[in-house]
Design a protein around this ligand. Structure first.
Ligand SMILES: [Zn+2]
Length: 296
């Protein structure tokens, strides 16, 4: 194992202590990322961290970089099943159809579904390449980092970060800003990996969530602790995802190349079913969605 040349003495954004210990170098793919563990609260982080501007290039968003994002323009027709199912769930809590912000909005597919449901929509997107595409569809999109975005305070009814919070540095500033821009009672939706789940624990350094752009590795309990400290309340955890298996199955067809690919439905179904169960108080899988509300 390679030991890092640096030590980490930052204040932990979750427990506010500084008791980081080098855990291991990740072994997923060839990234070899140095991972530190907060021995006080269990939060993990990579350190040193790369510059965001080096990560989110056009190659990243078009899927051609080594570490990259799936180009959702090619599969939007299928992705819409999941986006629409998610909006339907959000409407159970926020039926007023107010102002909606998607941080990390990519090409604007999810914004489009929110708009169709009646929301006024805004996006934040770090990549000029994908932000331009979203803007060309008529959406208001700030290009750059979330902390640099000029956003109105006490304005949004819903703010979503789908697989985004783990990418952001300066978590305490991020959570404080999320609180400021939401209206009292506004809904914050976070989807990220739960490092308390057995899937992450059993995979250890080989867990697939250890990616160059993922700076913090949260868990259900330390996210709730941060949210409590940042002016949020009434947290709701959805183990797995906040929508039905059928939406997930319909979406998956976007990646199918032949009829043989339908066997993948069995794998997806088993994963979805497993995500609802716990062993020794920990969920079996490590996918998670959290809904949280700004204190009124
Ligand atoms: Zn900590």
């Amino acid at each position: 194992m390679d030991f890092p040349s640096q030590t980490l003495d930052e204040i932990c954004p979750c427990c506010r202590k500084s008791s980081w210990e080098f855990l291991y170098n990740s072994t997923f793919n060839h990234y070899n990322i140095p991972i530190f563990l907060c021995t006080s609260c269990g939060l993990q982080t990579q350190f040193p961290r790369p510059e965001a501007s080096d990560l989110y290039t056009e190659e990243y968003y078009s899927g051609s970089a080594d570490f990259s994002y799936r180009d959702e323009r090619k599969t939007e027709k299928f992705d819409r099943y999941v986006w629409k199912a998610r909006i339907k769930n959000i409407l159970k809590f926020k039926p007023t159809k107010g102002e909606f912000l998607d941080v990390g909005c990519s090409f604007g597919g999810f914004l489009n579904c929110a708009k169709e449901a009646g929301f006024g929509v805004t996006g934040v997107e770090i990549s000029p390449f994908s932000a331009e595409v979203a803007q060309s569809r008529g959406f208001k999109v700030f290009t750059g980092e979330f902390l640099d975005a000029a956003l109105p305070e006490n304005f949004f009814d819903v703010v979503t970060l789908i697989e985004v919070i783990e990418h952001l540095s300066e978590p305490l500033h991020v959570f404080a800003k999320l609180n400021r821009i939401l209206k009292p009672g506004g809904l914050l939706l976070l989807q990220t990996a739960n490092f308390e789940g057995w899937q992450a624990l059993e995979a250890g350094p080989s867990y697939h969530y250890y990616l160059p752009g993922h700076f913090y590795y949260y868990s259900e309990s330390n996210l709730k602790k941060i949210l409590d400290q940042s002016g949020f309340t009434d947290h709701i955890t959805y183990p797995g995802v906040d929508f039905s298996l059928s939406a997930k199955l319909l979406k998956s067809r976007g990646s199918f190349r032949s009829w043989c690919d339908y066997w993948k439905w069995i794998r997806i179904g088993i994963y979805h079913w497993k995500s609802k169960f716990k062993k020794k108080d920990r969920p079996l899988t490590s996918s998670m969605v959290l809904y949280s509300f700004k204190v009124e």
